[in-house]
Design a protein around this ligand. Sequence first.
Ligand SMILES: NC(=O)c1ccc[n+]([C@@H]2O[C@H](COP(=O)([O-])OP(=O)(O)OC[C@H]3O[C@@H](n4cnc5c(N)ncnc54)[C@H](O)[C@@H]3O)[C@@H](O)[C@H]2O)c1
Length: 350
Amino acid sequence: MSLGIAVVGAGYWGPNLVRNFRSSPEWDLVAVCDLDEARARKVIGARSTVDVETSLDALLARDDVDAIAIATPARTHSPIALAALRAGKHVLVEKPLADSREAAAEMVAEAAARDLVLMTDHTYAYTSPVVRIGELIAEGVLGDILFIDSVRINLGLIQPDVDVFWDLAPHDLSIFDYILPGGLRPDTVSAHGADPLGTGKACVGYLTMPLPGGAIAHVHVNWLSPTKIRQMVIGGSRRTLVWDDLNPQQRLAVYDRGVDFSASNVDASERAAAAISYRLGDMHAPSLPEREALAGVAAEFADSILNKRAPRTDGHAGVRVLDVLEAASASLASNGAFVTPAGVTTGGAS
Ligand SMILES: NC(=O)c1ccc[n+]([C@@H]2O[C@H](COP(=O)([O-])OP(=O)(O)OC[C@H]3O[C@@H](n4cnc5c(N)ncnc54)[C@H](O)[C@@H]3O)[C@@H](O)[C@H]2O)c1
């Protein structure tokens, strides 16, 4: 039995969702909705059996729509998602889940009260490298995480409504949320930004997050870099992983190299004084299957509905990412002071 889906928003990203839901065996794409009818028509193409809707109310009144996927601008996610949930539809929302943590938390509560699936499209969590990194961490191949350093820089479009943190860091944060055991739950966040061109918003950003157990994560996002870099280094107590997303021959490299304490029985209080040695082992590059991440998103959305379970990137994951983004904005406004994310102060209600 296939589920009926409608995609709302046929701009830049919506067509990717349309293409993947169309080719998914679990889904029957029944409609595409956009305020701009011509855009929706262009996406579905000529002689298509898929309907075009320009009214959200009309779309949500349809019995053949079990679920909707929202690819409209972030500020519209919450009103569209809440209307859909109240009409009894399951909802997939593009990242970021909403434009504030408060709006996102309301969406999570509405979905829970109605027993409906609310999923965030954290696309990276469905890519081959990130799935493999998650496995390597879960299997203990890297050992305990000591540090994560993520660089996402390029010559980017300066966005009219958001700074570089809100534009690029959701990707890094959603990846951390997926790969870290227990998800993204830093106790504090510190952000430093620069606006050297005087655009009125940060175009270069550095985000620092101490992690539980003494580890630390750092994200560098930047719209002003002439070269594009997409690199993440994850240092572990056993091995270190380097992910270079722009190197298709060797996206992932796992290094069996690191720092050892010469005496195996030293406890924490003696470590500072203990002599350390360097382990210089091999490097290996795990093979990765070629697959389109959004096909995985479509499959996960259907499976979570059919099996009445939370999806891998549920509404809570979307709220955790927004918690850190809001804490980063607050930190930026107070010159990099460490700020506690809302999810931590509310006892992890998200
Ligand atoms: N997962 C990813 O990697 C990824 C990549 C790019 C964009 N996105 C996300 O996708 C979303 C859309 O981004 P975009 O770049 O495609 O935007 P866009 O501006 O190109 O397209 C948005 C479309 O939504 C339509 N729209 C706006 N309000 C509407 C409403 N109330 N009802 C119906 N249609 C409406 C507009 O007419 C437009 O066609 C954003 O949340 C963005 O963050 C995600």
